[in-house]
Ligand binder design. Sequence first.
Ligand SMILES: N[C@@H](CCC(=O)N[C@@H](CS)C(=O)NCC(=O)O)C(=O)O
Length: 211
Amino acid sequence: MSNPSLRLYTDSSPNGFKISIALEELSVPYQVHHVRIADGEHQQAAFLKLHPHARIPVLVDTSAGITLFESAAILLYLAERSGRLLPQAPAPRWEAISWLMFHSASVGPILGQRVHFEMFADTPLPAAIERYRRLSNEFFATLDQRLADRPWLAGEEYSIADIAGFGWTHIANVIDMDFSHYPHLSEWHARIARRPAVQRGVLIPEPATGP
Ligand SMILES: N[C@@H](CCC(=O)N[C@@H](CS)C(=O)NCC(=O)O)C(=O)O
């Protein structure tokens, strides 16, 4: 087979899994480049040419001459390129985009801070731990309420908004961050986790052992 035109630069982490899951859902060929954050590979000059802020994921589409960073931008690109994973009708389409942005702007950054202060900070800072627990419980509650009477965040269609959210709830599970007291969110997570493409996506480039 010829070289696939899509190249995914990723590591085993929440933002990376969003893209490997989407690519598996779309069944498109792609090449994986494992960027080992723990070894500082994301700081190397060759990678900084792809992502000026040294983060994964990055997606390169060689057939279009396009290089993308920021997981939400990559998910939108894949949805637009394939015509899938994003509702076509304007109302649910924009609902999906709103929830996608909610994940990017609120859920991801806040959970990132929570994980840092709970697991990695050199000095325990109770005020920071309390703040990020409270903020994350607030959006878990918002997501739970949203999912109380619809299967997916945009309504009836599974979309990139669900994939973006799952990247983080998957990691929450891996590190034993409990969200089982949010029943609708927990059922939504389990529904996504049962999808074969998702089960393949979370193994790329290898299974996560931490955030
Ligand atoms: N907002 C970015 C976040 C990207 C991000 O923080 N990626 C993490 C891995 S999940 C990373 O590359 N961390 C390396 C570092 O912080 O030095 C996105 O959604 O793509």
